[in-house]
Ligand binder design. Structure first.
Ligand code: UT7
Length: 318
């Protein structure tokens, strides 16, 4: 048994932080960020927790699907910037929505939403689940080092969600992990143990940009090829690719290597930056609501990030 997407939703906080605003905080410029990454502005949560943002995206996805929270049988959230380790982000959202289903989180950094989607698909294949809610939500502004220009200009806050059900849309999926803590990490922070002698680094994003860049380009290209093979199609058959919004240059390189027109890659990085696990569901929601999708369209979603991790899937729309 496969799955179908019944409804999608996304939410970004109101506060816009432009590159010019950032240039007053660290030594950077709109020109550098636009040329090297492709971001012009990102959203920052001033008043909302990750769970509050997640709830807003979830309500929009539930509305689009025509499903009530009480009808959900499963909820999985992906995040690396949860408000607390316990309760999980999904448990907070479950309470806020008034849902009764089991809820748990997964952490695969920027690939997290697609790991969560594949996990929900596996639960649905097992049987007994009518509706599942999958969320990617991040309040990364809380875990960024705002003095580090190589990371604080890249990320943004936001959330996205899908309501899924048994169906026949999910044609291929792939999960990938290459354990590595030098390229990209967020430490859990220095703990309280009086017995532990090793000092942990503070709770913040640390990234080796170039190492992550190389991993990202390789992952995106390879995953799309392997997913297409699994689905019995070629990359040229894809109508849309919804990639993780990490860097326009990563997407551009991948498009060239796969010999695909850049127009097939949905992009909103200029407006939101990299929202980690929320990036793919926010992008997919925008595409779905744009009216550009046609029944039968083949869409690949692909993400990569900390872990190091990669994940992707292909769906047939409609
Ligand atoms: O979502 C998780 C996955 N993450 C990614 O996929 C991110 C992958 N990496 C990247 O997108 C890029 O590596 C970055 C955007 C992070 C950095 O771009 P880059 O072209 O790789 O820059 P770089 O790290 O090689 O730095 C080039 C120069 C350095 O100056 P020097 O040493 O050449 O004088 C940096 O200090 O650019 C400098 N630099 C900046 N300059 C102005 C780094 N950040 C900035 C900045 N503004 N914000």
């Amino acid at each position: 048994m496969s799955i179908q997407i019944l409804g999608t939703g996304a939410y970004v906080p109101e506060k816009i932080l432009t590159n010019d605003d950032l240039s007053k905080m660290v030594e950077t410029s709109d020109e550098w960020i636009m040329q090297r990454v492709g971001i012009h502005e990102r959203r920052i949560s001033m008043h909302e927790s990750a769970a509050e943002m997640a709830e807003k995206a979830a309500r929009r996805a539930l509305d689009a699907a025509g499903i009530q929270p009480e009808e959900l049988d499963l909820m999985i959230a992906a995040t690396v910037s949860s408000d607390s380790i316990c309760p999980s982000l999904s448990a907070r959202v479950q309470a806020a929505l008034g849902a009764h289903c089991p809820a748990f989180d997964v952490n695969s950094a920027c690939s997290g939403f697609l790991f969560a989607l594949d996990t929900a698909a596996a639960f649905i294949a097992r049987g007994g689940i009518r509706y599942a809610l999958v969320i990617g939500a991040e309040r990364l502004s809380r875990v960024l080092d705002w003095t580090d220009r190589s990371t604080c200009v890249i990320f943004g806050d936001g959330s996205g969600a899908f309501v899924i059900a048994p169906g026949e849309q999910y044609l291929a999926s792939r999960l990938f992990t290459q354990g590595n803590d030098t390229a990209l990490s967020i430490s859990a922070g220095k703990g309280n143990s009086p017995f532990y002698e090793k000092e942990l680094t503070p709770y913040k994003v640390v990234m080796n940009g170039q190492e992550t860049f190389k991993f990202a380009v390789r992952r995106l290209e390879e995953d799309i090829k392997l997913l297409c093979e699994q689905a019995g199609i070629t990359p040229q058959d894809l109508d849309w690719i919804v990639p993780h919004q990490a860097n326009v240059r990563i997407i551009d390189l991948c498009a060239r290597r796969l010999k695909l027109p850049l127009e097939k890659f949905y992009m909103n990085i200029e407006r939101y930056g990299n929202t980690s696990s929320a990036s793919v569901p926010i992008s997919f929601d925008e595409l779905a609501r744009s009216g550009k999708l046609r029944k039968g369209d083949l869409i690949a979603m692909s993400a990569f990030g900390g872990g190091l991790s990669g994940a992707g899937c292909i769906i047939r729309w409609g």
